[in-house]
Design a protein around this ligand. Structure first.
Ligand code: PEP
Ligand code: MN
Length: 364
């Protein structure tokens, strides 16, 4: 059930409706939009008994939601969700394209800083790198854990990029929430409902990657778990699904981008690195992802991919990432998007840009 408020409803009227919903034993989720506020109702076992809600001041109508997901749906919020961060113009969602780049895993301070400098220079506003790695083999590198998070925090300090890193369980989630700007939930955990609920109680935005065999509905229901706990800052990320195709590691399902955008207000990004598993396919599919209307890209970059402790085969060399960004900057305006910088509170990044323009030969 959804309570649609009148366009001119006051905050007080919205609050009163929320209180009434809560007093009925349900949970109220007020979602303000450009035109009007809608209030989603969750926590009901069967049908919501509307009582006198419809008669309350400021209420326009009650709508029964037939889809299994509610809060992720455009029925509740028509306008696209835009996740903002302090001190930067970079967003997840909105007209600005989000570029998240960095190594698969944080391997050492030196490695992380070398890659960070290059991706920052190229224009990434978000830095990625796993401190906790969900690996197929227990004998593979599992990540530097809290030490990795400390390195990531230093990178934010130095370069002004916001930090995106994965939490693999409830324990790591608390630490990731403390150190990072965005909590990543990986493909393998997309249906770890206990972890999703914990992420829903966290105060930081969540980047939710699609499970490797998840349908659109399962993907959206996973986001619904996070939102149902009160965290509405959720961005989705397509990262390829399992198919019979064996020329790539996964099959990047770009059609899910417009499919998500049709039914949900949440941002949807694309990860062509895990989506293909092959370095030579990352740039072409990044172009395609931007063209199809994705809200951003997540790309793995390593200064020495052959020596990477994970996912070297799909990691771009920094020069290749420069080229990817140059191409993306050309495609973005065609689909009405910009590629924002990381903004005024990033003195080192600005210095890097100045340094880069000073060393770029003038065009004749
Ligand atoms: C990652 O982004 O580091 C990762 C492990 O991705 P996924 O969960 O999509 O496999
Ligand atoms: Mn990886």
């Amino acid at each position: 059930m959804l309570v649609v408020m009148q366009a001119h409803a006051t905050d007080e009227q919205v609050r009163a409706v929320c209180q009434r919903i809560e007093s009925m034993g349900y949970r109220a989720h007020a979602m303000p939009g450009a035109q009007r506020t809608a209030i989603g109702i969750t926590g009901n076992k069967g049908e919501v008994e509307p009582g006198t809600l419809e008669e309350m001041a400021g209420v326009q109508e009650l709508i029964r939601v037939s889809k299994p997901y509610k809060l992720v749906s455009r029925d509740v919020k028509e306008d696209n969700t835009v996740i903002r961060f302090s001190g930067t113009e970079a967003t997840l969602g909105g007209p600005g394209l989000a570029v998240i780049a960095g190594p698969c895993a944080i391997e050492s301070r030196e490695q992380a800083f070398l890659v960070a400098e290059r991706v920052c220079q190229a224009g990434a506003q978000f830095f990625r790198g796993g401190a906790y790695k969900p690996r197929t083999s227990p004998y593979s590198f599992q990540g530097l854990e809290e030490e990795g998070l400390r390195i990531l925090a230093e990178i934010r300090q130095q370069f002004g990029m916001k930090i995106v890193t994965e939490a693999i369980d409830n324990e790591s989630l608390e630490l990731v929430e403390e150190y990072a700007d965005v909590i990543q939930i990986g493909a393998r955990n997309m249906q770890n409902f206990s972890l999703l609920k914990h992420a829903g109680r966290a105060k930081k935005p969540v980047l939710l990657k699609r499970g490797m065999s998840a349908t659109l509905e399962e993907f959206l229901m996973a986001a619904e778990y996070v939102m149902s706990e009160g965290n509405y800052n959720v961005a989705l990320c397509e990262r390829g699904v399992r198919t019979f195709a064996d020329h790539t590691r996964n099959t990047l399902d770009l059609s899910v981008v417009p499919a998500v955008q049709r039914v949900s207000h949440l941002p949807i990004l694309v990860d062509p690195s895990h989506g293909t598993g092959k370095r030579n396919k990352v740039t072409p599919l990044s172009r395609a992802a931007v063209a199809v209307g994705a809200d951003g890209l997540m790309v793995e970059v390593h200064h020495q991919p052959d020596q990477a402790l994970s996912d070297g085969m799909q990691s771009l060399y920094p020069d290749q990432f420069d080229e990817l960004m140059a191409q993306v900057r050309q495609i973005a305006p065609v689909v009405g998007r910009t590629v924002p910088g990381i903004g005024a509170h990033a003195p080192v990044a600005q210095a890097l840009r100045r340094q880069a323009s000073a060393t770029t030969p003038a065009a004749h």
